[in-house]
Design a protein around this ligand. Structure first.
Ligand SMILES: [Zn+2]
Length: 457
């Protein structure tokens, strides 16, 4: 079992209580920095009637209102573009000429916000933190990591720093080059790890046979590093990937550079481990996704939207940033690896949440249940929405691909069983429509969960 989870050696000898005191020491200093350096944060503190020096503990921090959502960030970016001619936002704290790396997650839709913007000092700090997280998956000197995301201005770029810091060689292949080229490059360069989205890893299982005439397990990878969507948190997907590739699948995560976490080397999925408490307080600050009222995150099993506050960041620190990810927190020691800090399982985007007859339903929770019926279903599904979420007029409509070997006559019974399972667990009674296997389009980037029947706003 791993002993030292944290990058800063002294943290490895501390109790969770001592780690919290360590975070609090950094917290007040960071709050003061944000107040002094950014007109956005100064305004937010002033509006809340708080002074940065009042924020001495995590509890003080929890009492502050939300300072920023993605919409606020977008507005802040628009304002700074008009006022100062740069898109990094009024919440940027470092002088713009000191920016060293920038990245975004927004792609083709909407105005991108550059949440992944760092100074050189930030990048050195984050690079080492990312390296420490990837070392949870065993990545180290001499490893070759096929890295398949859309690069350039994308958030994933910063992971390359972490890989290089470990002495590993990233083989970065732009996702826009297509999967045929990725497979050919993998064949040539013989990587020991593959980093990509879980849906792409799944897609490659059949694609590899078509393109190279061999199976993905013939790559003899030591691990799969997945990120960007909820994948291996679903037991059926983790099992499928691990058996096809013949290695462990991990996920790693850091929305806007906050809440860094990695899953551990274990048969079962035990969530993202909070192995970077010196980076932010995300695992300790949760709110209800709808009301934004605080939720006690020190209780095992607590569910809420994560609120990010950076503890050591110069360029674009987050302060009370509700980024939109809803998680479930686990506070007990990890049965898989013995990690004693908090763990989190992402259960959905706050803006993906549906409300069916007053009950909060996360699409991922539905998918989790549906995939437990593989091979009677393929695991591909869509939630059909007639009007914009979150409210759904019952019944909730599901389109599910049935498995290739199940006869038409067995489908009614299968629909009844799925429906009963969804009712028992999630209190919804859906309307299920089966479609032929392979008819729901698969995307290499992120496969959508909704089929929207309404006109976008
Ligand atoms: Zn663990």
């Amino acid at each position: 079992m791993r002993k030292n989870f944290y990058l800063v050696p002294e943290l490895n000898h501390m109790s969770q209580e001592e780690i919290r005191r360590y975070q609090e020491k950094k917290l007040t200093k960071q709050m003061k920095y944000c107040y002094d350096k950014s007109e956005f944060y100064k305004r937010k503190f002033d509006d809340a009637g708080a002074k940065p020096e009042d924020i001495m503990t995590i509890d003080d921090l929890r009492k502050l209102p939300i300072f920023m959502t993605k919409d606020d960030e977008r507005r802040s970016a628009e304002e700074s573009l008009q006022k100062y001619g740069h898109p990094f936002g009024l919440h940027v704290c470092a002088p713009v000429e000191d920016l060293y790396l920038t990245g975004t997650t927004s792609g083709t839709t909407g105005t991108p916000t550059f949440s992944y913007t760092f100074t050189e000092k930030d990048m050195n700090f984050f690079g080492r933190q990312i390296g420490n997280r990837l070392s949870m998956a065993g990545v180290g000197k001499g490893d070759r990591v096929a890295f398949f995301f859309a690069l350039g201005i994308y958030a994933t770029t910063m992971t390359l720093w972490g890989l290089r810091g470990l002495g590993a060689l990233p083989i970065d292949i732009d996702a826009r080059a297509g999967t045929d080229l990725l497979l050919k490059f993998m064949h040539l360069t013989r990587p020991t790890y593959l980093a990509c989205t879980p849906s792409l890893a799944e897609y490659l299982i059949t694609k590899c046979t078509e393109v190279l005439g061999k199976e993905v397990k013939d790559f003899h990878l030591r691990g799969l590093l997945t990120t960007g969507e909820i994948g291996i948190a679903i037991p059926e997907i983790k099992r499928k990937l691990e058996s096809a590739y013949g290695c462990r699948a991990y996920d790693y995560w850091a929305p806007a550079g906050n809440a860094p976490g990695t899953s551990c080397d274990s048969e079962e999925y035990y969530g993202l481990h909070a192995i970077a408490p010196d980076v932010c307080t995300s695992y300790d600050d949760l709110v209800d996704p709808m009301t934004k009222e605080p939720v006690d995150s020190d209780v095992d099993g607590a569910i809420g939207e994560m609120v990010h506050t950076s503890l050591e960041r110069e360029a674009c620190p987050a302060v009370k940033y509700a980024y939109g990810d809803t998680v479930q927190i686990f506070t007990k020691e990890c049965p898989g690896c013995g990690f004693k800090g908090k763990r989190a399982k992402v259960i959905g985007r706050a803006d993906d949440m549906l409300i069916v007859k007053g009950v909060n339903v996360y699409p991922n929770a539905i998918k989790d249940i549906i995939t437990s019926y593989v091979p009677d279903v393929t695991g591909e599904m869509r939630i059909v929405l007639e009007s914009p979420p979150p409210r759904v007029l019952p019944p909730l409509r599901l389109k599910i691909e049935h498995g290739k070997d199940i006869g038409q006559s067995a489908l009614t019974g299968l629909a009844d069983r799925i429906s009963a399972a969804l009712h028992n667990t999630l209190k919804i009674r859906p309307d299920i429509e089966f479609v032929e296997p392979g008819t729901l389009p698969k995307e290499t980037r992120k496969t959508p969960i909704f089929e929207k029947k309404y006109e976008p706003k």
